[in-house]
Design a protein around this ligand. Structure first.
Ligand code: SAM
Length: 206
């Protein structure tokens, strides 16, 4: 059985439980709060079933276009179902390991618990590409799984989210180097705007 994001089993288990974690709900509210006052175009990287893109569109009825990218066929299927009939939304297959090729026109680039699947070097170059994809004043808001400061805190985090250990697909980085990589990519006002244990909201503005 395929137990990666590419398969149905992990995706179904994830989609069944995501709405129930209070810390996630709080992090999502903080992500929405970090976005510009007006969002006309939004890009969701590693979109899963499109949950974050949908939250942004609910909070910003002025959204004219949303682009939702993921590489998992199972997740893309769920996203297609969610957005069926909404002409504003483009759901497409994209592996974030490959260069991001989009217009430089987004008011917001959001990502939820996805970029930590990439190798650290690729996280850095992706931050460059996200910066390029934003219009001036646009915001990158990355709600992420991050490495905790000590093994004890890491174990406590896993216990709090009901896991015995980390996901073998995770390549988590601590908060501080990620903020540095965002600054190096050209972002300003870079900060960790919210954190609960191993969840963090990393935000920067172009
Ligand atoms: C924990 S889920 C999060 C989904 C969604 N963003 C959310 O907030 O619920 C991680 C997502 O990242 C996607 N993902 C992991 N590695 C990826 C890659 N290299 N390129 C594109 N998507 C990737 C997975 O397919 C999955 O949909």
């Amino acid at each position: 059985m395929d137990t990666t994001w590419q398969g149905h089993a992990k995706v179904e288990e994830y989609l069944e439980r995501i709405g129930r974690l209070p810390a996630r709900i709080t992090g999502e509210a903080e992500l929405l709060d970090a976005l510009p006052a007006e969002v006309h175009r939004v890009l969701d990287l590693g979109c899963g079933d499109g949950r974050l893109a949908a939250l942004v569109m609910d909070a910003h009825p002025e959204v004219e276009a949303a682009v939702a990218l993921d590489r998992s066929p199972a997740m893309l299927g769920a996203a297609h179902t969610r957005f069926a009939g909404d002409p504003r939304v483009t759901v497409a297959a994209h592996d974030m390991a490959d260069p991001l090729v989009v217009d430089e026109s987004f008011d917001a680039v959001v990502s939820g618990f996805a970029i930590h699947h990439l190798a650290h070097d690729r996280k850095r170059t992706l931050f460059d590409e996200i910066h390029a994809a934003l219009r001036p004043g646009g915001v990158f808001a990355n709600l992420e799984v991050v490495e905790c400061a000590t093994p004890a805190l890491q174990a406590e985090f896993f216990a709090r989210i009901g896991r015995a250990e980390g996901d073998p697909e995770d390549v988590c980085a601590p908060v501080e180097p990620q903020l540095e990589w965002m600054r190096a990519a050209g972002f300003t006002d870079v900060d960790c705007q919210w954190r609960w244990r191993g969840f963090a909201l990393l935000v920067g503005r172009k």
